[in-house]
Design a binder for this molecule. Structure first.
Ligand code: AMP
Length: 178
């Protein structure tokens, strides 16, 4: 399945969740059998021989893709969640939103020092969420091999922001504009 085929499976909702935002809705891609398989396969492909020990997925859409990618790579899955959702001892990292700050967390024993981790989310926009996730994994001394996303919004420069931290990014589809 080509980038054009995958792109056609993504639904764009104008003015959601607020005026001026073009929301890239992947539920239509997830709901398509061939699309979901191709998407997971293409996200996982560069890492099949990379001895990845865990996929870290960002709540919530990163869980769906991350779990499937982890299965394909025969490795574990680690959730990165919004504050207050993880049951055991967790560490947090704040990051800036357009208005205010938010916090994501990871269990403090979710990855061990030097463990080879692939970070996964559905979309990278400003890169603020991914950067916070990278910082969390770095606090646990994980070896972050790369970050993989279905969609990149290049105009928002998130990919460059994450690459500036020394993390390779793998994306399948670009949408110009934000
Ligand atoms: P950012 O931290 O700016 O890179 O935003 C990335 C996170 O917000 C991801 O978890 C996305 O699911 C979500 N997100 C940001 N912008 C959009 C958009 N235009 N359409 C869909 N999801 C988005």
């Amino acid at each position: 399945m080509t980038e054009t085929d995958l792109r056609a499976l993504i639904r764009t909702i104008p003015d959601y969740p607020k005026p001026g935002i073009l929301f890239r809705d992947i539920t239509t891609l997830l709901g398509d059998a061939a699309g979901l398989t191709a998407c997971v396969k293409q996200l996982a492909a560069p890492y099949t021989d990379q001895n990845i020990a865990a996929v870290a997925g960002i709540e919530a859409r990163g869980f769906i893709l991350g779990g499937a990618i982890a299965d394909r790579l025969s490795c574990g899955f680690v959730p990165i969640r919004k504050k207050g959702k993880l049951p055991a001892k967790a560490i947090g990292q704040d990051y800036e939103l357009e208005y205010g700050v938010d916090v994501i967390e990871i269990h403090d024993d979710a990855v061990t020092k030097g463990e080879r981790v692939l970070l996964v989310d559905d979309l990278i926009a400003t890169g603020g969420t991914a950067e916070a996730a990278v910082k969390l994994l770095q606090k646990l001394d994980a070896d972050i091999i790369a970050a993989a996303f279905v969609i990149d919004l290049p105009d928002l420069k998130g990919r460059k922001r994450v690459e500036a931290l020394g993390i390779d990014c793998h994306t399948l589809i670009e949408f110009e504009g934000d």
